[in-house]
Design a protein around this ligand. Structure first.
Ligand SMILES: *[C@@H]1O[C@H](CO)[C@@H](O)[C@H](O)[C@H]1NC(C)=O
Ligand SMILES: *[C@@H]1O[C@H](CO)[C@@H](O)[C@H](O)[C@H]1NC(C)=O
Ligand SMILES: *[C@@H]1O[C@H](CO)[C@@H](O)[C@H](O)[C@H]1NC(C)=O
Ligand SMILES: *[C@@H]1O[C@H](CO)[C@@H](O)[C@H](O)[C@H]1NC(C)=O
Ligand SMILES: *[C@@H]1O[C@H](CO)[C@@H](O)[C@H](O)[C@H]1NC(C)=O
Ligand SMILES: *[C@@H]1O[C@H](CO)[C@@H](O)[C@H](O)[C@H]1NC(C)=O
Ligand SMILES: *[C@@H]1O[C@H](CO)[C@@H](O)[C@H](O)[C@H]1NC(C)=O
Length: 831
C-alpha cells in the first residue's frame, strides 16, 4: 500500500519530473567511465571481488528512512524475526521504528516491519538506557515512553547489514546486532565530549555516574498494548515478560514474549515500574483497569548496574511468540556467549550468502548507482519474516512466514525477485500461504503479527501461487491444496471479505463485474473499489485458470479463463478525460475510453479519470475510500489487463494510441512511481512493439526517483521498491503470474545470476555500452528477436547478449511475433 503522508508530499509531479530529467542528464555526465568493457574478457576480477565481504559495502540500509520510505534500517538477518533499531518519536513516519533526521529517540525495540504504509508496526519490548539517575536515586529516573525521549548525537548513526549503532546526548552509545530470534545490544558510555544532563551541557569526563539503569518496557511502538506481565530476577540478571497488542493494519490481537539477560556490570538494584513510578517489586502484571490509570501504557522491569567507567553492558534480548521459556531458549541457543563480534560476523555472512547469488560487472558504474542497486536487493530480503517454529496459532510441520504486508504490493516485484534469487525461500513462503489457507480457510492477502490484515483489491496470493507454478517453484508445495485455496478465493464469500478472499460474488457471477450498487448478502466488506476489484479479480481468475490447466482441471481452466475477460465489462468506451487547467477551467483531452464504475442496471457512473493520481485528489483512495479505484486513478487502472494486453490495446484503438496514452500517463504527472501498480506500466510499451519506450522510462525513473540518497525511494518501500529498481537495473521486469520477463537491458555491462541448475544466467551488454536501447540480441549464441524471455533462462542458466544503441531500434522487439504473449481469453463482454 502507499503511505498517505508520503503522497501528500508528492503533489507536484511535473516539477518533480522536470527536475528528474535535469538530474538524469547531470548524473550521466558525471559517471566515471573507464572505457568500454570488453565483452570478450573472460570472467573478470571485478566479478570475483563481489563474492567477498565487499559485496556489503554498497548496501546502505538508511535509504528510505525519511520522506515516507518507512524502511527498517536496523540490525536483522534475511527474513529475520528479531529486528533491533532505535525508535524515533516521529508520528506518522516511524512505521519501521527509526526515521533519519533529528526526532527524539524513544528506546530500542526488538520487532519491526519494514517499508509498510500505515501506522507504526510492532516495536515491541523497547529497551531504554539511563547512564544514571538524579542523585543516584532510581525513583528519580523517568520510565514512561512519553517522558524518556532523548536527543541523538547528530550524524552518529551507523547502519550496515546486521548492525546499527547510535549515540545519544545522554552519554549512551548503543550498538546492536541480531540472530534469527535474538537481538544483542552493546551499551557504552561516552567519556569524551559533552553530554546533556538535566538540560545542561556537561563535559562527559566530569560525570560521576557509574550506575546505569536499563529498563524494558511492555508498550509497543503504536501504543496498542492490551495487557502484559513482567518478572525480574536480580540474582541471574534476567527480565522476562510478555504482552498482548493489536496489529498495525488488521484485526485481532497477538501476544509476544521476551527474555532479557545482561552481561557486564554488577546488579545493584532492580524492580518494576508503572508509568514513571518505579518500585522494588519483582513482578508486575498490567491489565486494562490499571492501564486506565497509566495512559502511556508504559510498564515493565528495570535493573541498575554498578559500572566502572568505560565498561560496557551487553543486553541479550530473546524473543518468541510461543512463551517466555522459548524466548530464553532462543537467546541461549543463538547467542550463548554474548559474543557481539561473532554474532555480527555471522549476520554479515548470512547477508553475503543471500546477496552473492548476484554478481555485476560494475566498471564505469558510479558508486551511487551501485549503492542504489545493492541496497534495493538488500531491502527485498527484510520481509516476509520467517516465524517458522514460532507460530502459536496451530501445530504444523509446514513453514510459517508472517508480514505479508501486503501481497497487493509484493506480488508484482518482490516475490518474482525472490523466485529468481532465493527459490527455496519463495517455496517456503508459498507453502506458508497454503498452510494459512489450511488452517484459516483462505489464503492471506495482507497479514501481520499473526493477524489478518485488510484486503486492498483482489485475492492476489492467487498471482503468487500461479507465478510459483509457472516458474517451477515446486519444492514441497502441495498443489492440490494450493488449487483448493484458489477455488476458495474464486468461489467462496468469507464472512468478512474485508480481511480475506473476495466479495460481491453474486455480482461477479451474474453481471460479470462488481456493480457499484451491489449489496453483498453473503458476506461483508466495504462496497468500494468496485472497478479496481473487477480488474484484479479478472486477473486473479486468469491465474486460477493457469494453475487449473497445469494441474489438468481443463474445464475449470476454461471457466476461469473466460472470467478473466471480465475486465472488459467496466470499460466505458465513451468516457472522456477531463482535466482542470491552471486557471481553473475544465478541459477535455484527446483521450477517450476508460474503466468506470458500473451499476446493476448496466449504466456507467462517472468518476473523474484523474482522481487518486498526483494530478487530482491523490489521497482519496485508501482503505476507507468510497470511490471505485484503490490507491490509483482510472488512468492507472486503464492499463491493467496483463492477461490480455492484445485485447486491451484493441480496446484503446490500436498500438499507436496505446503508446501515446501510456507515454502521456508517464509524462503528464498522472503516474506515481511511489506505488506498486505503476511498475508494470513502465514496461507495457513492449506490448505495443515499442520496447525502446519502456527503456526510456526506465532510465527516466532511475536514478531520478530511485537513487542512493536517504530519500531515494519514491514511496513507502514495502520491500518492493528495491525489488523493482534492482530488477530493472539487471535489465528485466516480470509480468507476475506469467512466465514472462520484459527486457530493457541492464545498467551494468554484465549481470550474472546463480541458477538452480548450476550454470549461471548471464546478461551481457555489447555495442554502445551507454546506449539505452536494445538493437539486437543473442540467446546462447543464437539470434533472439523477442522482447521477452521466460524463466527457463534463470532456471537453467545461459548467456543473453544484448547489443545496445543510442537510438530506438526500428526492428528489435517490434514485429508481432516478437511481442510478449497475450493470452486472449474468450470475449466475455456481457453487454
Ligand atoms: C492478555 O490477553 C490475552 C489475549 O486476550 C490473554 O490470552 C492473556 O492471558 C492476557 N494476559 C494477562 C496477563 O491478562
Ligand atoms: C504472561 O505472563 C503471565 C505471568 O506469567 C501469564 O499469567 C499470562 O498468561 C501470560 N500471557 C500470555 C499471553 O502468555
Ligand atoms: C505514581 O505515583 C503517584 C504518587 O504516588 C500517583 O499519584 C500516580 O497515580 C502513580 N502513577 C501510576 C501510573 O501509577
Ligand atoms: C526458516 O526458518 C526455519 C526454522 O528455523 C528454517 O529451517 C528455514 O530454513 C528458514 N527458511 C529460510 C528461507 O530462511
Ligand atoms: C518446470 O516444471 C514443469 C512441470 O513441473 C516441467 O515440465 C518442466 O520441465 C520444468 N522446467 C524445467 C526447466 O525444469
Ligand atoms: C532521489 O529519489 C527521490 C525519491 O524518488 C527524489 O525525490 C530525489 O529527487 C532523487 N534524487 C536525485 C539526486 O535524483
Ligand atoms: C530475427 O529477425 C531477423 C530480421 O530482423 C530475421 O532475419 C531472423 O530470421 C529472425 N530470427 C528469428 C530467430 O526469428
Amino acid at each position: 500500500m502507499a503511505s498517505p503522508g508520503r503522497l501528500l508530499g508528492a503533489r507536484r509531479p511535473l516539477n518533480v519530473l522536470g527536475l528528474a530529467l535535469l538530474l538524469t542528464v547531470v548524473y550521466v555526465t558525471s559517471v566515471r567511465w573507464l572505457g568500454p568493457w570488453d565483452a570478450e574478457q573472460p570472467d573478470g576480477i571485478n566479478i570475483a571481488a563481489s563474492r567477498s565481504r565487499d559485496i556489503l559495502k554498497h548496501v546502505d540500509p538508511l535509504i528510505g528512512t525519511v520522506n515516507g520510505g518507512h524502511v527498517f534500517p536496523g540490525a536483522t538477518l534475511p527474513y529475520g524475526m528479531a529486528k533491533a533499531v532505535a525508535d524515533t518519536k516521529s508520528p506518522g513516519e516511524n512505521a519501521a521504528g527509526f526515521v533519519s533526521g533529528d526526532d527524539l529517540i524513544l528506546g530500542f525495540s526488538n520487532l519491526h516491519d519494514s517499508g509498510t504504509g500505515g501506522a507504526a508496526s510492532l516495536g515491541n519490548f523497547p529497551i531504554f538506557v539511563h547512564p544514571g539517575c538524579p542523585d543516584d536515586d532510581y525513583t528519580k529516573c523517568v520510565y514512561r515512553v512519553s517522558s524518556r525521549p532523548v536527543q541523538r548525537v547528530k550524524d552518529s548513526v551507523v547502519a550496515k547489514p546486521g548492525y546499527f549503532s547510535i549515540e545519544l546526548e545522554n552519554q549512551v552509545r548503543a550498538e546492536m546486532t541480531a540472530t534469527m530470534h535474538t537481538n544483542l545490544y552493546r551499551f557504552s558510555f561516552r567519556d569524551e565530549g559533552h553530554v546533556k544532563r538535566d538540560g545542561q551541557d556537561v563535559p562527559a569526563s566530569e560525570l560521576k555516574t557509574t550506575r546505569p539503569l536499563i529498563l524494558v518496557d511492555l508498550q509497543d511502538l503504536g501504543g496498542s498494548i492490551r495487557n502484559g506481565s513482567v518478572q525480574v530476577f536480580p540474582e541471574t540478571g534476567r527480565i522476562i515478560g510478555n504482552g498482548t497488542w493489536m496489529p498495525s493494519f488488521g484485526q485481532g490481537r497477538y501476544s509476544g514474549h521476551v527474555c532479557v539477560d545482561f552481561s557486564g556490570g554488577s546488579i545493584v538494584n532492580s524492580g518494576t515500574f508503572l508509568g514513571n513510578n518505579a518500585t522494588h517489586k519483582q513482578t508486575y502484571t498490567d491489565d486494562l483497569p490499571q492501564r486506565s490509570k497509566n495512559p502511556s501504557g508504559s510498564a515493565g522491569g528495570w535493573m541498575q548496574f554498578e559500572l566502572p567507567r568505560g565498561d560496557e553492558i551487553l543486553a541479550r534480548v530473546g524473543l518468541s511468540f510461543i512463551s517466555t521459556e522459548r524466548a530464553c531458549l532462543n537467546a541461549e541457543q543463538e547467542i550463548p556467549d554474548f559474543g557481539f563480534e561473532r554474532t555480527l560476523g555471522e549476520a554479515e555472512d548470512a547477508w553475503i550468502d543471500k546477496l552473492s547469488v548476484v554478481q555485476v560487472e560494475a566498471e564505469g558504474i558510479s558508486e551511487e548507482m551501485q549503492t542504489t542497486f545493492w541496497s534495493g536487493l538488500y531491502r527485498s530480503f527484510l520481509s516476509p519474516q520467517n516465524y517458522t517454529g514460532e507460530n502459536p496459532l496451530w501445530d504444523s510441520s509446514e513453514p510459517y512466514f508472517d508480514s505479508f504486508y501486503c501481497i497487493w504490493d509484493s506480488y508484482r516485484a518482490q516475490h518474482p525477485l525472490l523466485t529468481i534469487l532465493d527459490p527455496a525461500a519463495q517455496a517456503e513462503m508459498v507453502r506458508s500461504m497454503i498452510d494459512i489457507y489450511r488452517h484459516e480457510g483462505f489464503l492471506p492477502d495482507c497479514r501481520m503479527s499473526f493477524c489478518k490484515g485488510f484486503t486492498q483489491g483482489g485475492s492476489n496470493a492467487d498471482v503468487v501461487i500461479a507465478d510459483a507454478l509457472v516458474k517451477n517453484i515446486t519444492d514441497g508445495v502441495d498443489w492440490e491444496t494450493a488449487y483448493a485455496a484458489l477455488l476458495a478465493d474464486a468461489e467462496e464469500t468469507p464472512y468478512l471479505w474485508t480481511l480475506e478472499g473476495r466479495g460481491n460474488h453474486e455480482s461477479w457471477e451474474e453481471l460479470n463485474y462488481i456493480a457499484h450498487d451491489h449489496m453483498d448478502t453473503r458476506g461483508s466488506g466495504p462496497l468500494s473499489r468496485t472497478v479496481s476489484r473487477t480488474l484484479e479479480y479478472a486477473y486473479n481468475d486468469y491465474c486460477v485458470a493457469a494453475v487449473a490447466e497445469a494441474l489438468g482441471h481443463h474445464q475449470d481452466a476454461e471457466k476461469y479463463l473466460s472470467r478473466s475477460g471480465y475486465w472488459r465489462n467496466v470499460w466505458n468506451p465513451e468516457q472522456e478525460d477531463l482535466m482542470e487547467t491552471d486557471d481553473g477551467h475544465t478541459q477535455v483531452t484527446d483521450f477517450v475510453g476508460f474503466p468506470q464504475p458500473r451499476g446493476m442496471d448496466g449504466q456507467f457512473k462517472f468518476q473523474s479519470t484523474r482522481t487518486c493520481s498526483p494530478a487530482e485528489n491523490m489521497d482519496s483512495c485508501y482503505f476507507d475510500t468510497h470511490l471505485a479505484f484503490y490507491e490509483g486513478s482510472a488512468w492507472l487502472y486503464s492499463f491493467y489487463a496483463p492477461q490480455d494486453m492484445a485485447g486491451l490495446i484493441d480496446v484503446f484503438g490500436g498500438a499507436d494510441v496505446f503508446t501515446q496514452r501510456l507515454d502521456y500517463f508517464h509524462s503528464s504527472g498522472v503516474a506515481y512511481m511511489g506505488n506498486e501498480p505503476t511498475y508494470l506500466t513502465v514496461f507495457q510499451f513492449h506490448y505495443a512493439g515499442r520496447p525502446g519506450k519502456s527503456a526510456e522510462w526506465v532510465h527516466n525513473y532511475i536514478p531520478s526517483q530511485f537513487n542512493a540518497s536517504i530519500n531515494g525511494i519514491p514511496g513507502n518501500d514495502d520491500c518492493a521498491m528495491g525489488a523493482f529498481s534492482s530488477m530493472v537495473m539487471m535489465g528485466f521486469f516480470p509480468v507476475a503470474g506469467q512466465d514472462v520477463y520484459l527486457l530493457t537491458g541492464p545498467f551494468f555491462p554484465e549481470v550474472r545470476l546463480e541458477s538452480r541448475r548450476g550454470t549461471p544466467a548471464v546478461i551481457r551488454k555489447t555495442g554502445e555500452m551507454e546506449g539505452k536501447y536494445i538493437h539486437s540480441a543473442k540467446l546462447n549464441g543464437k539470434r533472439y528477436n523477442k522482447s521477452w524471455i521466460s524463466h527457463d533462462f534463470f532456471l537453467n542458466g545461459g548467456l543473453l547478449e544484448l547489443e545496445m544503441g543510442h537510438e530506438e531500434s526500428p526492428e528489435w522487439g517490434t514485429r508481432p511475433e516478437d511481442l510478449p504473449p497475450s493470452h486472449a481469453p474468450g470475449l466475455a463482454q456481457r453487454v
